[in-house]
Design a protein around this ligand. Structure first.
Ligand SMILES: [Mn+2]
Length: 331
């Protein structure tokens, strides 16, 4: 299969060929693209005979633990981590590696940044930021081809999971013919598509469905049905004993409502620290722009924010920004 190799990848490949000891790490609270990318790149480096440590600030979410190689991702230790090169994958900002990781990796001699978030802060010495790519997994597919590393079943499954989850199982806008060709190639290299989809999309924990029940009971519809939101406070999370895993994709349970253009979830992480997760279903309402007003980031149709303010206050300012954006874009 013919692929276009982006120019920026050539410098990444040069760094990889000329160094021996690597750390591969993705953003905290890792999603499927973060986990799949870490495994795929980690294994590709190992296949080249490199020393690799795969790290993350947070544990691998239960739903991705079925991926072979996920048990090789360790949590970033306290104290300095020794490596020649730190490769950050699927991570838009250095601080999004997580507080402990930022400290542990502060003395990294060389940082390589491979990502597809338009809001990427280009914090690396070498940056390969390609916002048109559907997933970091797509960029790594090309990198691994460029490095001429054989795509083993472990790498194929990891890349497929990365691409599938970031495209909403091949439903979102960036699902191009090229993405489908990459996915097809990965299927031919050992992905069991039925098992993969069952593990990724057809299994949820009891607790996560209990959280969804809270959302369905408490969701609010406004702006003539164009905006739907829900806020999840610490009291509710505590009562349900919900893990970060159990609340990861809540916004998807309300974005499905017909007529809704923007969906938002406000989650109280700790007293006075709020995580906002936003989805837009209309290209005219760019939620990454709204996120940037509050020092957050993401993609036009999926973005997030972290705010240090009481829940009700944080919610009201973000909702107001969303309302303004909706009225401006949609009339
Ligand atoms: Mn991604």
């Amino acid at each position: 299969m013919m692929i276009d190799i982006p120019e920026a990848l050539v410098s990444v490949a040069d760094v990889i060929r000329s160094h021996e000891r690597f750390v591969v790490i993705a953003h905290f609270r890792p999603d499927g693209d973060a986990i799949g990318s870490t495994i795929a790149l980690g294994h590709a480096l190992q296949a080249m005979g490199k020393q690799v440590r795969m790290l993350n600030e947070d544990p691998v979410p239960e739903r991705y633990a079925f991926l072979q190689g996920s048990d090789e991702i360790g949590r970033t230790p306290r104290g300095p981590v020794d490596a020649e090169v730190v490769i950050s994958v699927d991570n838009g900002a250095w601080k999004r590696l997580g507080d402990r990781s930022v400290v542990s990796l502060a003395n990294a001699p060389l940082v390589v940044n491979i990502d597809h978030h338009g809001s990427n802060e280009c914090f690396g010495a070498v940056n390969c930021v390609l916002p048109d790519e559907a997933a970091t997994g797509c960029i790594l597919y090309k990198l691994i081809r460029l490095l001429e590393v054989p795509i083993t079943p472990v790498i194929a499954n990891a890349l497929y999971a990365a691409i599938s989850t970031d495209t909403g199982s091949f439903q979102y806008e960036k699902t191009t013919p090229e993405v489908m060709r990459m996915a097809g190639d990965l299927l031919s290299k050992g992905v069991n598509v039925m098992e993969m989809n069952r593990m990724l999309y057809q299994e949820v924990s009891w607790k996560s469905l209990m959280v969804t029940r809270e959302v369905l009971n408490g969701m609010v519809l406004e702006e003539d049905g164009r905006l739907c939101w829900f806020s999840l406070d610490l009291e509710t999370k505590g009562r349900l004993n919900a893990s970060p895993d159990d609340v990861a994709d809540l916004v998807d349970s309300i974005r499905v409502i017909r007529g809704v253009k923007v969906a938002a979830i406000f989650e109280e992480m700790e007293p006075g620290v709020i995580r906002v997760s936003m989805r837009s279903k209309d290209a005219r309402v760019n939620v990454a722009k709204i996120a940037e007003e509050f020092h957050g980031g993401g993609h036009a149709l999926a973005a997030g924010i972290r705010i240090r303010r009481p829940l009700a206050e944080a919610r009201e300012c973000v909702l107001q920004a969303i309302r303004v954006a909706c009225r401006k874009a949609l009339g």
